[in-house]
Design a protein. Structure first.
Length: 352
């Protein structure tokens, strides 16, 4: 069975995304949740716009979360510091990708960071609970379950003094016999087995971190850039015949999620889609006619496939064709309805 699914620190370049188990204190007893979280800092002398952008979708149970951050800063002297990143978090899956660049003319330079802020959790994460079941074996029967952690992608810095690192970890919390997996600085796969039993319950979490530093941008006359496209994936496989591993997240099926009264996303219809338009059903609230609202379609890597501005449609239910399903490769896609800081996401599957 597979579950496929970022305090101004004095660091010129930091890219941090974390796939971890720690849930906010208010939800500490909840073994299920998704969160994306990072900050973009782009600043320089004489800049004309604010340099800090805090990005985060908050806690959610239904996935996936697709979170974008865009920060473009410049000054009259021609310096600039730009960054664009997207986080996609689902159960057993986290992808973080994007790029940034900066040009410095002054001795005190300019900043281009992706990190965390004071008082906030430095992580984008998923947390899940697994159940070991069998229709043929009695409760308590010893069984073996395998966990696979896959890390893929890259994190690079172009600079006179570049530094970057990325890593992933995974933990299965099991009394006396915890499983811990980790990979760092190169794509790879690592595995471990757990001796457990029918009827057992296992809490799991994972972490994906990417750090990038470019010091040259702090000096005059230098340019620097960062780019990342990193994925962590967790696969869970029972090795004992007649055994299944189910999850709390598998039971999450929210056909319509409301962020505020009147704003709702019912998702794509039909779903799955075969050789037909990807038609999305949603509802806009009353009293806010004309307020910007954007409907987007992403692939599993977080790449935007299509986008439509729908705020002018007015209050009430709507159905909009977002893309031609016949022109899309078979696979999983995500529909996102965003208005201001509110965002709703739904999964759609395209089949051949």
């Amino acid at each position: 069975m597979s579950f496929t699914a970022c305090c101004l620190r004095v660091l010129p370049f930091v890219l941090l995304t974390v796939l971890s188990a720690g849930i906010a204190p208010a939800a500490a007893q909840t073994p299920l949740g998704l969160k994306t979280h990072f900050r973009l800092v782009n600043s320089m002398p004489n800049q004309t716009t604010p340099g800090e952008l805090r990005v985060g979708d908050g806690w959610a149970v239904a996935g996936p979360l697709v979170t974008e951050g865009h920060n473009h800063i410049s000054n009259p002297e021609g310096m600039h510091s730009n960054s664009d990143f997207t986080a996609v978090a689902d159960y057993g899956y986290l992808h973080f990708s994007g790029s940034g660049d900066a040009v410095s003319f002054f001795p005190n330079g300019c900043f281009l960071w992706v990190d965390d802020w004071i008082g906030a959790e430095p992580r984008a994460q998923y947390r899940d609970r697994l159940f070991v079941t069998s229709s043929t074996l009695p409760s308590g029967t010893p069984v073996v379950v395998q966990f696979d952690l896959t890390l893929s992608g890259f994190a690079t810095v172009t600079d006179i003094n570049p530094s970057s690192t990325f890593s992933a970890t995974f933990t299965a919390d099991h009394p006396g016999t915890d499983v811990s997996l980790s990979l760092a600085d190169a794509p790879g796969v690592t595995s471990a087995t757990l001796d457990t039993f029918v009827g057992d319950v296992i809490d799991v979490h994972g972490v994906l971190r990417v750090y990038m530093y470019a010091y040259g941008v702090m000096s005059p006359g230098h340019t620097a850039s960062i780019a990342a496209d990193v994925t962590a994936q967790i696969d869970v496989t029972p090795l004992t015949a007649g055994v299944s591993v189910t999850s709390s997240s598998a039971a999450v099926d929210v056909p319509e999620i409301a962020a505020s009264p009147g704003l709702a996303l019912a998702g794509a219809w039909p779903n799955p889609v075969r050789n037909a338009p990807v038609t999305v059903r949603f509802t806009l609230p009353s009293g806010l006619e004309g307020e910007p609202a954007v409907l987007s379609l992403f692939d599993v890597s977080g790449r935007r496939i299509a986008e439509k501005h729908v705020g002018s449609l007015g209050a009430g239910p709507h159905s909009v064709g977002l893309a031609d399903g016949g022109r899309l490769a078979a696979g999983v896609y995500y529909v996102r309805l965003a208005r201001g800081r509110e965002a709703l996401t739904s999964r759609v599957v395209v089949v051949d």
